[in-house]
Structure formats: structure tokens, C-alpha cells
Design a protein around this ligand. Structure first.
Ligand code: KIV
Ligand code: ZN
Length: 506
């Protein structure tokens, strides 16, 4: 049997269903690109019929991502499948994920139906999806509490109808690892055409067993695991990508392999946590703040003698830098470079100098520079291209019963230009001042401010989307001062317009 295990990431679908974790399309595309770099095989980008936002995200992610399969979720309903197929039209490799509940609870109380009708609906949905895409995944919702004999019949029938992947969700997180493993083994042994499809695990963490169940699944023949970054998801969450991947890497005797570039795990974890406003618990396996920190004297002594005395994973393997190197305003370029290297980020000398200058400014305002802060500093710079326009000076006057005023000075290719404008708020005044200098008719489409680490000295991170000449440009800014971050995000977008025009003129 092939020992390659496919990683199906559903952070942007099952993970994003958590109240308060919703992302806008720009952020979803940003996460999808990071997931691609991480090496996931499938990105479940959304449930397109559920909202225009989800539909748009699947479209934009399909355009932005090259290598992973893009998957769209549906119910076993023709209209859902039509909409999912439409949303996948730009995907280089698209998959429709359709399904229906197969447990007695779902059949009787949720669907008010009977087992034979459910089987027929499952088959019909797969056949219908097959009209659009070759790659169709079927989920048997609440498979964890479904009768194995009936489940095997449904699975055999949907594979016959063309399903390429069969998902066996433990929707309620109820199964014991031994039972879930036995369920997968039962399907391997009792579904006559199982060699024509891949079995997928999809485990929820209500009893803290999602990871154990997923591993039991692959030990018994499943070859795809459905996961989210940091294990986020409804209620107690889903299986955490970082956990199953590192279990398979650590336990060589399992002889199971994935395509995940483990060095990107930590960076991806922090990006998802900050965008989704979902802190990672300090003792979370693999990515928690304390996962590799040793506080007791005995442990510290043991680790100093030999790291392997108390560590089964080298933190560098998952992209976590050694905590012994603390970054402060007194740190030099070498320390910054070292920490960035450990995060898997390599900058050319000129860019490093630029980031270093901003790092010093931030370190002056914020005592403890965390890796999240570094990622923002670098993310802001990453792939920027040329920054012809720079913010040189900004002053705002605002307050209760005052008309907000902003004075902005821009450095445009070495020349300085100033303007003072009023607005209905300080950001509006500052952006109006920038616009009056650059003389471009740009319209602000989206504007999002977020804190990263939550302290009052925290960095505010701003995403802006502007429209110019019927094209959309995204800008990012980060600063402890959110007005400065907003103006920087706007200027970043304007620079991208300039860079795009330059590229088009070549
Ligand atoms: O938990 C579950 O059953 C699901 C399905 C929709 C795949 O998320
Ligand atoms: Zn789920």
C-alpha cells in the first residue's frame, strides 16, 4: 500500500465556521498562499452556496493558488453542486466535496428520512457532481456513529458512482481511537471497490481525541487526513495539522509520509492565529508558546546536557527559533537575521537593512519583539517590489468636537511633497491628504484593522483594498500607531499600482 498520506486542510471552511474567526477574501487568499507554501495537498476553500463571501473566496483562492487541489463543500443538493462547480471554474485542479448524514440520528432526526433513501441521495449527488469534475469526495456525515455495515454499503455505492475520495467524519468527536481505527479497517476489508478510492479521516476534538483518531485511521488504511491549522474549528475544534504531521515524522516506524514542509508550521500557525483572532493556548502541542520551553531547573539542566533528554522534536524543525536569542532595541542585524533564518525567511542585504530600520523603530516602542511582530515586519516588506512612495511625516489632530486634520509628507523618489486635509476621522483626513499629493483617482474598497498580540502596546495591522482603473490592489501596513499603519497600507497599495504600471510598460 502506498504510504503517502494526503493532507486536506479545512482551516478556511470548517475552521472558519467558528464564531469570531471569519476572514475576508483578502485574508483567506493570504492564508491559502501560506498553506500552499506549507505543502498541503488540498485546500477546502469554502462552502460556496452558504454566502456570496464564501463563493468569492473560492473563486479568488482558485485564481491565486497553483499547486494544491481546491475543494468546495456542498450538501447532497443539486443547486449546491451547481454553485460549487461555478466557484471552481478557475481552479487548476478542482474537487467537489458532497455528502449526507448516515448515522441513525442524522437519518431520522435531521433528514427525516430512511437509510435506503439516503443511499440513493448520496449516489445521485456524486453522479451529479461528476458531471462537473473528475475529482469528487463524498462525506458520510456522522460516520463515527453510523452502523458499519450500512456505512460500507453507502461507501461502496458512492465509489461505484465515481467518488475518488471517501470521507469518514467523526462529526461529534465521539469515537475512541480503537473504534475509529476498527471502522476504517472494516471499510478496507468490506467495501469491494475500496481500492478505487482514498479513505479520508475527518475527526473533531470534542473529547480531545481528534489527533489520536486520525492517526488510528491512517494506521488502518486511510490515506488522507482532514485538518486545520492549530486545530481550530467549531466547538472543541478539528484535528490539528501540526500534530498529525509531527506524529508521522517522529514515529518513523509508521512509515507514513506527507508533503508538508515542517519548517513552515510555526509561521503558518501564527499567521492563522493572528488573522482569525484565535490565540494559541500556551501548552498547545507543537505550536504553543511553552511547547519547547523548559522552566524547571532539572529540565533546564537536562536540556543543556543533551537536548534530547527532554525534547522529542527539535523546535527548529517546525520553524521555531531558539528562545535564548531575545530581540530588543539593542539587537544587531545578525540577531535579526538569525531569527528570520529560523523562521525560514531569507532577505537580501538591502531588504534586511530596510526591515532592520523598522525593527529598531518598533523595538523602541515595544519591549518584547515577538515572532508575530517579525512576521508582520517582513510580511509588510515581502514581495513588495519597489517602494517609490514612502511616508516621511504624519501628524494628526483629532479629538471630541474637533474636525480631524492630518498633515502628510511623502517622499516620492527622493522628492518631498506635503499636504494638509480634514476628514470625517483621522484616517480619512490622512488618506485624503495622501490622495491630494498623488493625484490618482483611487477608491477604497476594504479597510480592516486588527491587533496581533492584544497588549495596549501592540502592533495594529491594516489591510486595505483599493480600486484603480478597474483593477484591485491590496496594501498592508503595520505599526503601533493604527493611523500610521492605515496610511502605510494605503501607500503600499499605491506603490503596487505604480509597480503594475511599470511592469505593463515593459
Ligand atoms: O464534521 C463534519 O462532518 C464535516 C463534514 C461537512 C465534512 O465537517
Ligand atoms: Zn467537520
Amino acid at each position: 500500500m502506498d504510504n503517502r498520506v494526503y493532507i486536506f486542510d479545512t482551516t478556511l471552511r470548517d475552521g472558519e465556521q467558528v464564531p469570531g474567526c471569519q476572514l475576508n477574501t483578502i485574508e483567506k487568499v493570504e492564508v491559502a498562499k501560506v498553506l500552499e507554501q506549507l505543502g498541503v495537498d488540498v485546500i477546502e476553500a469554502g462552502f460556496p452556496i452558504s454566502s456570496p463571501g464564501d463563493f468569492k473566496s473560492v473563486v479568488e483562492i482558485s485564481k491565486a493558488v497553483t499547486w494544491p487541489i481546491i475543494c468546495a463543500l456542498t450538501r447532497a443538493v443539486e443547486k449546491d453542486i451547481d454553485v460549487a462547480a461555478e466557484s471552481l471554474k478557475y481552479a487548476k485542479r478542482g474537487r467537489i466535496h458532497t455528502g449526507i448524514g448516515t448515522s441513525p440520528y442524522h437519518i431520522q432526526y435531521k433528514l427525516n428520512s430512511n437509510p435506503e433513501e439516503i443511499l440513493a441521495r448520496a449516489v445521485a449527488a456524486v453522479k451529479y457532481a461528476k458531471k462537473y469534475v473528475e475529482d469528487v469526495e463524498f462525506y458520510a456525515e456522522d460516520a463515527g456513529r453510523s452502523d458499519n455495515v450500512y456505512l460500507a454499503r453507502v461507501i461502496e455505492a458512492v465509489i461505484k458512482a465515481g467518488a475518488t475520495v471517501v470521507n469518514i467524519p467523526d462529526t461529534t468527536g465521539y469515537c475512541l481511537p480503537s473504534d475509529y481505527g476498527a471502522k476504517i479497517r472494516f471499510l478496507m476489508e468490506n467495501v469491494s471497490n475500496i481500492d478505487k478510492a482514498i479513505i479520508s479521516t475527518h475527526c473533531h476534538n470534542d473529547l480531545g481525541m481528534a489527533t489520536a483518531n486520525s492517526i488510528a485511521g491512517v494506521m488502518n488504511g486511510a490515506r488522507q487526513i482532514e485538518v486545520t491549522i492549530n486545530g481550530i474549528g467549531e466547538r472543541a475544534g478539528n484535528t490539528a495539522l501540526e500534530e498529525v504531521v509531527m506524529i508521522m515524522r517522529s514515529h518513523k516506524e509508521l512509515d507514513l509520509h506527507t508533503n508538508i514542509n515542517a519548517k513552515n508550521i510555526y509561521k503558518t500557525s501564527r499567521l492563522v492565529s493572528s488573522l482569525m483572532n484565535m490565540p494559541v493556548q500556551a501548552n498547545k502541542a507543537i505550536v504553543g508558546r511553552n511547547a519547547f520551553s523548559h522552566s524547571s531547573g532539572i529540565h533546564q539542566d537536562g536540556v543543556l546536557k543533551n537536548r534530547e533528554n527532554y525534547e522529542i522534536i527539535d523546535p527548529v524543525e517546525v520553524g521555531i527559533s531558539e528562545s535564548s536569542i531575545v530581540l530588543t532595541a539593542r539587537s544587531g542585524r545578525a540577531a535579526l537575521k538569525h531569527r528570520l533564518d529560523l523562521l525560514g525567511i531569507t532577505l537580501e542585504k538591502e531588504k534586511l537593512d530596510e526591515v532592520y530600520e523598522e525593527f529598531l523603530l518598533l523595538a523602541d516602542k515595544k519591549k518584547d519583539i515577538k515572532e508575530d511582530d517579525l512576521l508582520v515586519l517582513v510580511g509588510e516588506r515581502g514581495g513588495l517590489g519597489e517602494r517609490r512612495i514612502k511616508l516621511d511625516f504624519l501628524q494628526v489632530v483629532t479629538g471630541k468636537n474637533l474636525v480631524p486634520m492630518a498633515t502628510v509628507r511623502l517622499d516620492i523618489a527622493g522628492e518631498k511633497f506635503s499636504a494638509t486635509e480634514s476628514g470625517n476621522g483621522p484616517v480619512d483626513a490622512a488618506i485624503t491628504a495622501v490622495k491630494s499629493i498623488i493625484h490618482r483617482k483611487v477608491t477604497l474598497q476594504e479597510f480592516l484593522i486588527q491587533a496581533i498580540n492584544k497588549g495596549s502596546d501592540d502592533i495594529g495591522k491594516v489591510h486595505m483594498q483599493v480600486e484603480y482603473d478597474e483593477n484591485i490592489y491590496n496594501g498592508f501596513g503595520a505599526n503601533t500607531d493604527i493611523i500610521t499603519a492605515s496610511v502605510e497600507a494605503f501607500i503600499d497599495a499605491i506603490n503596487k499600482i505604480g509597480n503594475a504600471e511599470k511592469a505593463a510598460a515593459k
